[in-house]
Design a protein around this ligand. Structure first.
Ligand code: GTP
Ligand code: MG
Length: 433
């Protein structure tokens, strides 16, 4: 069930958003029997959709005998309860569905803690009779994973205590991550964060570049836990590429909050590699969504290289194969090629690639290298011991390739940002560009 609010100009068309909801459902192992959309002036406070629509959904229930109604918008607890009572099926909103998928896919301790926290925070305001009602219905699975139901039926204070404990455990895990990051920073190796919409091909790219074996799947949110691998650039210098959780529109706020530490990887990066699935009919909406999340994270001022992925699909014509995809007409190949060209013009630092077929990866790394070193200058300085502030500045803002201690001081070779070059000028031995 999708809703288009007339007064709100949304980035996504309701139809596309619902199609994505169906894909989320399939990822969670749910078979989609049908979908419907209602255009509304404003949500109904009792049932979100209007009473006519509720009646229609009830009639559908008799005909299709569906078990679950998936709702594309986040429902208020009361709306969800009312719908469940009126329709006598389980009602799961987009947020709960995404939380469920996250719960299935989290692998590391941090990932699991983050999801559990987000689930409790989603459930806390919903802790009412609804849960007893649900357990009586006996529909297992979706939206009920993670915390056991007995806990859900216990009082809010218990959940509150659990939330506090999870936050504490997460803090401990995060101390380690922070230490690791600091060590990495000290080593001076630049970090490239691979960002993008879910299913764009981030993990495939990391695997192709580094020989990592991150799980790749034609599923949404296959990856939750960040993986970092060392890659050598064409000029022989090492960089670290980090693959992390993908974005989606209407990303639940609980998830953004509890995944903040994971997403901090993005904030700490020297460069963002934004990967787009150029063959997806909603690539523009996806790209705009990613940019919006990056802005929310405060990471929008970083240099960006854009990779237009999956161009192999344009070559071998497998666009024709999309038969399992019901509904959506596959785009004409000519249209997609045009889109590639238009996007290449629209985005600076854009490279067309196929992560799977390893096309364009050399050019991509070349571009990463250029953008990474844009605005940097290679220098060699001898810093007196009395000025250790400059040495730490070099470490923090620049990249150190070599550091040697002698009687004269610390000889440092590496790159510093142009804007700081004047600070190092008095100690310059050599400036190579
Ligand atoms: N044809 C083609 N398929 C690709 C390419 N890159 C990735 N894929 C496929 O796209 C799907 C998603 O790839 P992933 O690498 O898991 O995508 P991701 O961005 O890491 O996705 P999440 O971790 O779920 O956010 C998989 O089925 C891949 O095989 C490509 O260059 N060409
Ligand atoms: Mg992935």
């Amino acid at each position: 069930m999708g809703v288009e609010l007339k007064r709100k100009r949304e980035l996504w068309r309701a139809e596309d958003s619902v199609e994505e909801l169906a894909q989320l459902a399939r990822t969670a192992g749910i078979e989609v029997l049908g979908s419907t959309i209602q255009r509304l002036q404003a949500p109904n406070s009792a049932t979100f959709v209007g009473s006519g629509k509720v009646e229609e959904l009830r009639a559908w229930g008799r005909e299709l005998e569906y078990d679950v109604l998936l709702f594309d918008d986040e429902l208020r607890p009361r709306q969800q309860r009312n719908l469940e009572q009126e329709l006598d099926v389980k009602v799961v909103d987009r947020t709960a569905l995404i939380l469920d998928i996250f719960a299935r896919h989290a692998r590391t301790k941090e990932g699991r803690l983050q999801v559990e926290l987000a689930q409790y925070e989603y459930r806390l305001p919903r802790l009412t009779r609804m849960w007893t009602h649900l357990s009586r219905q006996g529909v297992g699975g979706v939206g009920l994973r993670g915390p056991g139901e007995t806990q859900l039926e216990s009082d809010r204070r218990e959940i509150g205590r659990r939330i506090a404990s999870l936050k504490k455990q997460l803090e401990d895990v995060r101390v380690h991550r922070r230490q690791y990051r600091n060590r990495r920073k000290k080593a001076g190796v630049p970090v490239v964060a691979i960002v993008g919409y879910t299913n764009a091909g981030k993990s495939t790219l990391l695997n192709a570049l580094s020989g990592a074996d991150v799980l790749v799947e034609d599923k949404l949110f296959a990856t939750l836990d960040p993986t970092t691998r060392r890659v050598t650039l064409p000029d022989g210098r090492p960089v670290l590429f980090t693959d992390t959780v993908g974005f989606i529109h209407k990303l639940p706020t609980q998830l953004v909050a509890s995944f903040r530490a994971t997403l901090e990887e993005i904030n700490e990066a020297d460069l963002l590699l934004h990967i787009l699935d150029i063959t997806h009919p909603n690539v523009e909406e996806q790209s705009a969504t990613v940019e919006r999340v990056l802005r929310e994270l405060g990471a929008h001022n970083k240099p960006v290289v854009t990779a237009l992925n999956k161009i192999d699909l344009l070559e071998n014509g497998s666009f024709e194969e999309g038969e399992e995809e019901v509904g959506e007409e596959p785009p004409e190949e000519g249209d997609v090629i045009e889109r590639v060209l238009e996007t290449m013009v629209a985005y600076p630092n854009c490279v067309a690639i196929s992560a799977e077929e390893r096309i364009g990866l050399e050019q991509l790394l070349q571009r990463v290298q250029e953008v990474l070193w844009e605005g940097f200058r290679s220098v060699m300085v001898v810093l007196p011991y009395s000025n250790d502030g400059l040495l730490s500045l070099f470490h923090q803002q620049g990249l150190v390739d070599r550091e040697e201690y002698s009687e004269r001081g610390v000889t440092v070779e590496g790159r510093v940002p142009d804007r700081l070059i004047h600070r190092f000028e008095p100690y310059l031995v050599q400036s190579t560009d």
